[in-house]
Design a binder for this molecule. Sequence first.
Ligand code: NOJ
Length: 762
Amino acid sequence: MIDGRVSRRSVLMGGAAIAAWSASPVSAMLRRIDPGKDAGTIDKLIAQMTLEEKAGQLNLLASAWGGGIATALNPPGGNSDFPKQVADAVAGKLTGVFNGNGAAMAMQMQRAVMSGSRLKIPLMFAADIIHGHRTIFPVPVAEAASFEPELAERTARVAAYEAAGSGVDWTFAPMVDIARDQRWGRTMEGAGEDVVLGCLFAAARVRGFQGSSLDADDAMLSCAKHFAAYGAAEAGLDYSTVDVSERTLRDVYLRPFKAAFDSGALSTMASFNEISGVPSTGNHWLMTDLLRGEWGFKGFVVSDYTGDEEMIAHGFAKDRRDAARIAFLAGVDMSMQSGVYTEHLPSLVRDGAVPQALLDGSVRRVLAMKAKLGLFDNPFRRIDLKREKSRSRLPASLALAREAAVKSCVLLKNDGNLLPLSPSATIALIGPFGSVGQDLNGPWVVYGDNKQAIDLPAGIRTAMKGRGRLTVVAGSGVESAIPGGIEAAVAAARGADVVLLAIGESEAMSGEAKSRTEIVMPAPQQALAEAIAATGKPVVVLLRNGRALALEGAVKAAPAILVTWFLGSEMGNGVADLLFGAASPSGRLPMSFPIASGQEPYHYDHKPTGRPNGPGKLQEYKAHYQGVPNEALYAFGHGLTYGDMRYSNLVIDAPTMAWGGSLGVTATVTNAGRVAAEEVVQLYIRDRVASVTRPVRELKAFRKIRLAAGASAQVMFKLSRAELEFIGMGLKPTVEPGTFDVWIAPSAQADGVHSTFELGAA
Ligand code: NOJ
């Protein structure tokens, strides 16, 4: 951690810098800028800028503060000299920095720029605030399991409140990439495999980060990333090639981006991958024709970390100058980390290879954003050392982290109602994730501290309140055995009523660049699970994971399995709330858990084949792998509660939906169990015959309801023609009359209740 102390003198110097800024002519010109109405004012500033200063506004670097700690989450950046970085900022070579460590750093840099630079254009501070700042919330895919977008809006709001309180103007989030291949490690950072869920969470997170007004001191600009199709990497290998039809691109991968932009996101990040031969960073069709032309996007585009320079390795640019030219002409306004824009844009303009007007256009967009963020009004708007502390980890924020932790867990299995447990039980907490206070926050945390998070033993002990007994034994490391570990764990299991087996992936096994070929339990932990199962004690598996896993052997066979992901600051308390029944599980899988790794990429909304095998027995010359059914072990949408939910009585308003009309579809859901619980009621359709083949099922809507023990509710969805649209021939949204299946069901694979309806002719 970096020293966040700041002297009284530097605070006063901050005041002096504000005074210098206030008195400057540029400030007088810009302070009341409304970027919408007053573009002319920004143009006057642009007219005063040299080509080098313009390129500087398009150059974003990892912070060099603390010797370059900001690059800990990225490849080493070479910029570890903070005084030099400050000097470069004063010389107008930088638009801002990212992942620096808080208000002290921002104060120093902004102060230097405001007092020493020629034009006094404020810096903009960015950071990867992915699932919290100091209060850490569940990893995004876990939060998606809540099927409660408003929850993600609330956690993003708190993240913005804390991060903006410490100087962050701009977050590189939300990641809205659809992930259909669980070998890809960045699954943990999105909302899973489904488009509708992805769109709702994308929009909610943007609302949360940006708040009601971008110039507020608790709002951050959001950045929908990675544009586009980054999650479709071949074989789930991060950074690898994407080859996808424009239809699937539009039908699936682009939709959450559109939802994020419609929700107000005003920046986007070019993805590292190529799409069908063209790297996104150099893709004029994607960045300009589609994004700005067709969609009317008014924000700016930033490359990913050295993504422009990486077009050389892609074999798409011959050198750094070529990379700068290609990326810029494609429509990437800002370069992250490579420095190719400052190095080459001025001479590219002088040589006529890049039109000056285009350069001015990008600079205008960036300056307009700084104005929108309120930085021209007050460059120190979000930089406040007191606020940085006073907003950090407030009780209400931690309470929200606990609520989010509870709502993110997914109960896959609960044979014989093993859960909830009695707090008076003798419990053995076994496994590498039971004994250590790490791997709680999960990947992609810049500012949070695992040591501050509540681990499982702490949460469980608090909930047991001195009743019962808890023994904690690691039994195994994450990827390596511990000598004598299994023996110690077996002894602990023998002495217990029940075993909690906390096993899975470490933080280092999921996230960026963490692709896996086999999404299985590491061998030493599997061996531990087998040995524990052999004791005959009842086992509750507590999975730690950032992706879906293919469960095998004793893990798969355990009577109870709870997916606990990486839940952040309140992990131990959240899990304990569920274990002892203070709360009933309500999460649902945002991605399918396959039977075997080799089924990946797996997504429930796949197309039918000409030789479908159908559920059940494997048939000759039908589409299936040898010996493995096509189904998921646990499908998208699956999740149990401590209640017992039954579906009955599907009623459709009318057999036919009129072309311009809508249709009510209603089911009765009953909680036949003995405790109140929340159910995520899901509506799926299938378009039976269309001019372009359609998936076997598509989620169209869902609703979370709470039912007391024994209670029933009628859950009604309204379907209209818009929900039946797909990208048809000619790549246009299309909808065709005909027969549709409709299910209201507890998962993508469950029968629930089913019927059909017709869409009438136009
Ligand atoms: C690379 C990642 O792909 C991106 O998501 C992140 O925002 C940048 N590094 C900056 O840390």
